[in-house]
Design a protein around this ligand. Sequence first.
Ligand code: SF4
Length: 421
Amino acid sequence: MGCSKNLVDSEVLLSQLEKGKFEVMHDSNETDFDAVFINTCGFIHDAKQESIDMILDYAEAKKRGKIDKLYVMGCLSERYQHELEDELPEVDRYFGKFDMKAMVEELKVTYHPEYIYERKITTPSHFAYLKISEGCNRSCSFCAIPKMTGRHKSRTIESLVMEARYLAKKGVKEVLLIAQDLSYYGIDIYGKNRLAELIEKISEVDGIEWIRLHYLYPTKFPMDILPVMRENPKVCKYLDMPLQHIANPVLKNMLRHVTREETEALLAKIREEVPGVVIRTTMLVGFPGETEEDFEELKEFIEEQKFGRLGVFPYSEEDGTYAAEKYKDRLDQETKQERADEIMEVQQYISAELNQQKIGKEFKVIIDREEGDFFVGRTEFDSPEVDGEVLITSEKSLKKGDFVTVKVTGAEDYDLYGELI
Ligand code: SF4
């Protein structure tokens, strides 16, 4: 039910249970199982509701004798274990976010921490997420994540390179580096940021062709990754950095510890240092106190900056957060949603305009699947599941994970059309 960071935990659990001779499946629509684990999300209201609905569905299946044991894990369970135990007693056991050993042993399987990097890859086999740390030391006032994940804990460079080698042996060519906060990598265990070094080390792993960076934070940005992105051909010129907002009064209330001026300077520096880089960002609208002027300022900023990729969330008040305690959530849901829709409308135009400029150009593309008359793939500027795709016509048969060169022949708001070169 959760994000890619949760998915990695699920993949570790699947692999441990498979070692214990369990036949394992991920996100199956079947219902006949000895045991079901639901990996929940506790991020925002809608995500929580989806997780609870899934628990209720499987509680129903258990009542009908379709499954023997029902277990819940992940962020929602980490945060609300006792409330859930009271309200949903049908669940056999609730686990937190860091209970891998207990979950494995619950099924009478020996836990193998030495194989923690061995995962059952559930993404298409040519790309996989690599979670480089857990937790977050930031204090964004709207965010409950640190309450579920705890403080920032980096994994060692050695263990991550070992995992990258394991993934490469399994056929993975594209690794997506993920964390709550990629910008903080290494500071807790090495006393300094070693993200640039980690990226270089992973790029030395045979078989890994693309390295993609997600969830960077604008403050204390690790500038030394920029020359690596520019010089190292294996590092996608793609950078995901949620900014949340740009109006200084809103950034202040969000406790983002960054100003408009600092953000603009950073973006200019990134684009100067890494020519052609595509930046993905995420915005949050409808935050308490966000005025019409603040919102207009955000829209103008997005029009100026022309981000390659952009997502937006309407503010969701999360109990226990600084914002929930300090600020009255005055804007109604409708207004928040209207603002979010307006931002996506602006972005749709920008994306269409940027895509038009790609017609006639050639790009290296990784093939994800075949669909109808097309082979569907992505350029280095497209992250799986969140960004646009390239629909390719080709006489020649292409297979998942192939890298091909494509000439763009047409463009839509988000997707491109192309022919094999
Ligand atoms: S950086 Fe901010 S928004 Fe992201 S997980 Fe940490 S506290 Fe939450």
